[in-house]
Design a protein around this ligand. Sequence first.
Ligand code: SF4
Length: 171
Amino acid sequence: MMRILYQILRTGIVTEAMPREINARIEAAGGRLEEAVKRRFRKSLTIRQVDAGSCNGCELEIHALNNPLYNCERYGIRFTASPRFADMLLVTGPVTHNMERALRRTYEATPAPKLVVAVGDCACNGGIFGESYASRGGIGKVIPVDVAVHGCPPDPFAILSGIMKAIEEKR
Ligand code: SF4
């Protein structure tokens, strides 16, 4: 035990502090987002994430929304496993033929206002996969899209901005 404590004291803090300008940028955008969620969704926006056939790169960035840096729950955003409780679908793509029906049914099961944010180039327009024997291309071919967040993959800040845009623009 003493050996471990001694090692902890000797090693000190090895993580890097977050650059102040990045922190300020996230705080500013998060404050606006929190206000919008409070106004339109009574302090709680629930998101169902759907992977319609992505390489999982976009999922890693979406997961980062819950890390200590972004911590999106403090803005009233949480994820759900059921579309029936969701206000918004965050969809990564492209839409594979195997996932087309599931995506359509998820959209139908989502109550109003059914906000849809396409995350990543593949979800926006098929990206590097395009259209093929296995892929329908962008998710706009299957369900209506409110906001497209481009990038391969887009960073968590771009995804937060896309969520904000969808809340502000769809009335
Ligand atoms: S946009 Fe890039 S990271 Fe996202 S699913 Fe497509 S290839 Fe993967």
